[in-house]
Design a protein around this ligand. Structure first.
Ligand code: NAD
Length: 498
């Protein structure tokens, strides 16, 4: 049995004896065991981070960037291996797994430019003989708690920026697919990072709580489901930490009557069913505007969904693979039943799908619902599976209101040929990331990623300049070098520029 261990400078073994099984979702077989750390593992990691971080922060940013350049090269060299490993634990198809690695790598590319991003501000002559300048300094030790669905990209969103800014970083990956974060940490060390700068501790709620309560950890980034994001945010901020917590999603795709339906349907099925719907930027809700649009869309969707190929994650012709665990498969199928019970029309039922030769794999066929209503639980909640729900809207205002009023506000997309409608929609919708004829509007690495409402707790986005700000503190210096003569000002009155 393959054992996945903590990556902690000096060993990181744990006496907890707790572990979890890691499955191959294609077969339903256990393929590895991940050893959970405990409080002592975390203490060891924190001590190593404390020892390494001051030297790393004092290393000039150009040298830190060189480690990022080398790391980028190593990821490229190991892309195939990383993608296969990722796919074998997560279940997403190989090309999609490469995309997962690549989107994280793009944040590393941004982090290669950290000397430029970290430059402070300077005002010469802010007062008589007075200059003011600001500098960005690292927090010290940062931590990341990540979900199962992007085991390469999301860890790199976090540690790429945090470490380039001069922090040490401890990551607690999802216990369901922990191998890729471990491999990334090994490659990071190989790239020349000092021991203790990037470490991995495994576990579940127990380890998360230990991280949230550790006084030496100054900032924590979390990505996962909303209830846990909310809990993590509350406990971390209560402990005085800087927190950034991204939660779940229920992204809407608005189809205007003038949209190019063939393009929109192609985009929609990729965004709804790709990665078996296990993406926080998936489009699980489609909102056709007007009855005529709805009928035309439904016909095209039924035919497109009917020709989708579900297969093992190594099948180059498969469009999506299994979901991550047996429990998750059961939960998604319960949601489908709930949709039926609530009165939505199940146009295509993906339950009971069996892949020949892989009967124990966690496969779910694509499901399509029509006539989903806003008071249904299945509309209100995230299903996170290959299920597309159609909610019909009468007009633009109703479609805009649907996306704006939903409890989640991660992403949204509008499909139209009308620039005015698109512009109006982007300006008014109450959602953090908007696509205009772009189904999955995950911003490029030099912008930043973040949802609104219950999709994001905290006030700084992931990566880009927002990420740099999250992982650093501003220090502002006001300096004067008197010539000895004095300026005659009254030191008892607060200085002003009046
Ligand atoms: P999850 O919330 O179950 O787990 C996320 C992390 O929290 C894991 O590391 C897990 O070990 C830990 N955790 C689990 N239970 C905990 C508890 N009770 N207390 C403290 N920590 C706990 O999420 P998941 O199933 O791994 O990932 C899927 C979810 O993540 C979906 O809701 C998806 O929308 C969301 N997600 C959001 C974004 C985003 O940027 N908004 C990106 C990716 C995924």
């Amino acid at each position: 049995m393959r054992i996945i261990d903590n990556v902690v400078s000096g060993g990181g073994t744990s006496s907890s004896g707790r572990s979890a099984e890691v499955f191959d979702p294609n077969t339903g077989q256990v393929q590895a065991k991940v050893n959970f750390g405990d409080q002592s593992t975390l203490e060891q990691a924190v001590a190593a981070a404390q020892a390494a971080q001051p030297g790393w922060a004092a290393t000039n940013p150009q040298r830190r960037a060189r480690v990022m350049f080398k790391f980028k090269q190593l990821i490229e060299d190991n892309m195939e291996e990383l993608a296969r490993l990722l796919s074998s634990e997560h279940g997403k198809v190989i090309d999609d797994a490469k995309g997962d690695v690549q989107r994280g790598l793009e944040v590393i590319e941004f982090a290669c430019g950290i000397p430029q991003a970290l430059k402070g501000e300077y005002t010469q002559g802010a007062g008589p003989g007075i200059d003011v300048y600001s500098m960005r300094q690292p927090i010290g030790i940062g931590a990341g708690i990540t979900p199962f669905n992007f085991p390469a990209m999301i860890p790199m969103w976090m540690f790429g920026m945090a470490i380039a800014c001069g922090n040490a970083f401890i990551i607690k990956p999802s216990e369901r697919d922990p191998s890729v974060p471990v491999r990334l940490a090994e490659l990071f060390l190989e790239a020349g990072a000092p021991e203790g700068i990037l470490q991995v501790v495994h576990g579940d709620k127990e380890m998360v709580d230990a991280i949230l309560d550790h006084p030496a950890i100054g900032a924590i980034s979390f990505v996962g489901s909303s209830d846990i994001a909310n809990y993590v945010y509350a406990r971390g901020t209560q402990n005085g930490k800087r927190m950034q917590c991204m939660g779940g999603a229920k992204n809407h795709g608005i189809i205007m009557p003038d949209a190019d339906l063939d393009v929109a349907v192609n985009d929609l099925i990729g965004a709804a069913y790709g990665s078996a719907g296990e993406r926080c930027m998936a489009l699980p809700v489609v909102v056709p505007v007007g009855e005529d649009t709805a009928e035309r869309l439904r016909d095209k969707l039924v035919s497109a969904v009917g020709s989708l190929r579900v297969g093992v994650s190594t099948d180059p012709d498969a469009q999506y693979g299994p979901v991550v665990t047996a429990q998750h498969k059961a939960r998604v199928e319960e949601w489908i039943q709930k949709g039926v019970d609530e009165g939505a029309e199940l146009v295509i039922d993906g339950r009971g799908f069996k892949l020949q030769g892989h009967e124990e794999g966690y496969f779910i066929g694509p499901s399509l619902f029509d006539h989903v209503k806003t008071d249904m639980d299945t509309y209100h909640n995230e299903i996170f599976g290959p299920v597309l729900q159609m909610v019909r809207a009468n007009d633009f205002e109703e479609a805009l209101k649907l996306a704006s009023d939903h409890q989640y506000g991660n992403g949204v997309a509008i499909f139209t040929r009308n620039g005015h409608a698109a512009r109006e929609f982007a300006a008014r919708v109450n959602v953090g990331m908007v696509g205009i004829n772009v189904p999955i509007p995950v911003p490029v690495s030099y912008h930043s990623f973040g949802g609104w409402k219950r999709s994001g707790f905290g006030d700084q986005n992931q990566y880009g300049m927002e990420g740099m700000r999250f992982w650093t503190k501003v220090k502002t210096v006001t300096q004067r070098w008197p010539d000895g003569g004095g300026d005659g000002s009254n030191a008892f009155v607060i200085p002003t520029m009046g």
